[in-house]
Ligand binder design. Structure first.
Ligand code: MHO
Length: 205
């Protein structure tokens, strides 16, 4: 089973869309990176650190920062509200983790995201004050180290090789729509046959 460099290029060339960005912290960021990468309408994902004040945080010098995930999504395919559905499926809003590293946080970036979150909570019988999940205005998102980006994809040489052979460096892998979906596949998620928006499919051999 091989993913060819041509498949990678072909996928990314066709994945262009006007996107919005959503940011969540949902525990170890490897998991949600793959979970969200499997969703239709999620174009790009990246992991990083947010929610704290430490400058230039790194995995081994995190300070008060939390592992977080950013997704660029096509709002004509998936709504911010649907991303909230998934974010709240992936954690329990009534239980917060003790460590700063793995706090559950919904970062809102715009008034419309804040309004959508308020409406989501209300529709689910919750209030911002009544849950343990932190709700914060997004200020800075510090990119995590390359080895954390698309962690499941990087764990399989045959997948990583398809990207490096297609000429992708670490930044290109991090920002690649094909890498987001292949990472989800590698983590065992149902990626809908890796369908492209126009139904062309990355072929695994
Ligand atoms: N050190 C843990 C969690 C990693 S996650 C990026 C592990 O190896 O599974 O915090």
């Amino acid at each position: 089973m091989t993913l060819t460099p041509a498949d990678v290029r072909e996928y990314d060339e066709q994945a262009g869309a006007a996107t919005e960005t959503a940011t969540f912290a949902l525990g170890c960021f490897w998991g949600p990176d793959a979970e969200f990468g499997a969703l239709d309408g999620v174009i790009k994902t990246r992991v990083g650190y947010a929610g704290g004040t430490k400058r230039d945080p790194s995995y081994h010098a995190l300070g008060d920062q939390t592992e977080a995930l950013q997704v660029d999504f096509d709002p004509t395919v998936v709504s911010y509200t649907e991303l909230l559905d998934r974010a709240f499926q992936l954690h329990d809003p009534h239980n917060q983790t003790r460590t700063t590293q793995y706090q559950n946080i919904v970062f809102v970036a715009t008034t419309s995201q804040r309004d959508a979150l308020t409406a989501w909570l209300e529709a689910n019988g919750l209030t911002g004050d009544g849950i343990e999940t932190r709700i914060e205005q997004l200020s800075q998102f510090h990119l995590a180290e390359d080895y954390h980006q698309k962690h499941s994809l990087r764990g399989e040489d045959r997948l990583l090789n398809a990207f490096t052979e297609a000429g992708y460096d670490d930044e290109a892998i991090r920002e690649s729509p094909a890498a987001a979906v292949v990472n989800a596949h590698a983590a065992g998620h149902d990626t809908n046959g890796l369908d492209l928006p126009d139904r062309q499919t990355i072929r695994f051999r």
